[in-house]
Design a protein around this ligand. Structure first.
Ligand code: FAD
Length: 290
């Protein structure tokens, strides 16, 4: 289908983009890679009179470690993340996940900012950012603010961002020694979203017990699911098989997926449990545990 008519704006600076968003209010929407927004417009599930394309705004495309954080600019394409040596060597949770997002064509266009700002519980990066303890940085007319990823998702396609704010970067604490992460995803075929998926990031102490844990699930409800109880349960314990199995059960019990062509509620909850178990095992192994 053809989308409803809109005015296309291509600002050259962030300030210009923010001014456009502010002056057009509810009628304006940020466009980054367009891989989620354009299908919505074409299917007429949404319409906006003004699209503000931030693709030419400088300074939003970077991946770097600085001041104890991994900083990823909002306009960084998924394919750039996929090819990054830094991500491959130090952030295996992202290295696991990115090649499983959609297909190479979508990853060439789709951005990290668009993936996390979209508010779709089927997107993979929101759960990963929650597990990693990430913070999202946004700029608006009143300046810059930071929102922890675990407080960002408010409902289906609803986030903490105001209409006239632009997500500029994601900041992830650089994992200390003895850390490991993993993402386990089940999808029916290339180009489909997850039936279920689990993101796990752990740090072990010198004795091998869990010092910090983050667990979050994709497509497990209306928002990415922060399995905080399961993560808390792990802290202070040796991550043996019994503990892993129990934590995975706790995480899956919190999930509330809906039935669709990808499976029944029971099936998806069971897959959430199985995938959390697998991601926990791999994360422990990567952190140097047994
Ligand atoms: P856009 O489509 O441009 O924008 C998406 C939304 O975010 C819009 O509401 C827009 O206003 C807002 N937005 C974008 N950038 C910003 C910003 N910087 N600040 C504020 N708001 C912003 N994703 C997965 O994670 N896993 C999958 O398995 C997967 N499968 C897919 C399969 C197909 C066939 C397709 C077409 C897409 C799939 N996607 C999947 C989605 C894909 O990853 C998108 O690229 C991503 O969701 C949106 O990124 P984008 O840059 O294209 O954003």
């Amino acid at each position: 289908m053809i989308p409803a008519a809109f005015d296309y704006h291509r600002p050259g600076t962030l300030d210009e983009a923010l001014k456009l968003l502010t002056s057009h209010g509810d009628q304006a929407k940020v466009l980054s890679g367009g891989m989620s927004l354009l299908p919505m417009l074409k299917l007429r599930l949404a319409s906006f009179a003004h699209l503000v394309d931030i693709g030419r705004v400088p300074g939003l495309d970077f991946i770097k470690e600085e001041g104890g954080s991994l900083r990823i600019g909002a306009m960084t394409r998924q394919s750039t993340l996929e090819r990054s040596d830094l991500i491959r060597s130090k952030y295996p949770i992202l290295a696991d996940a990115v090649p499983l997002i959609a297909d190479p064509l979508v990853r060439n266009r789709g951005t990290v900012g668009g993936n996390v700002a979209n508010g779709d519980p089927g997107n993979d990066q929101p759960a990963i950012m929650i597990a990693l303890g990430a913070t999202f940085v946004a700029k608006g007319p009143k300046g810059e603010r930071s929102v922890p990823a675990n407080q960002f998702y408010k409902g289906l396609y609803e986030t903490a961002l105001a209409r006239n704010e632009i997500l500029t970067e994601v900041r992830i604490p650089v994992p200390p020694a003895r850390s490991g992460g993993a993402y386990a995803k089940l999808k029916r075929k290339t180009g489909d979203f997850a039936v279920a998926a689990a993101a796990v990031q752990l740090t072990l102490d010198a004795k091998g017990a869990v010092e910090r844990a983050g667990i979050a699930l994709t497509n497990a409800g209306l928002t990415p699911l922060n399995a905080a109880d399961a993560a808390k349960y792990l802290v202070g314990k040796m991550p043996d098989e019994k503990t892993i199995v129990e934590a995975a059960k706790m995480a899956a019990a919190k999930s509330s997926p809906s039935a669709d062509r990808r499976g029944s509620v029971e099936y998806k909850k069971e897959m959430a449990r199985v995938l959390t178990t697998r991601a926990l095992r791999k994360a422990v192994q990567r952190a140097g545990g047994k």
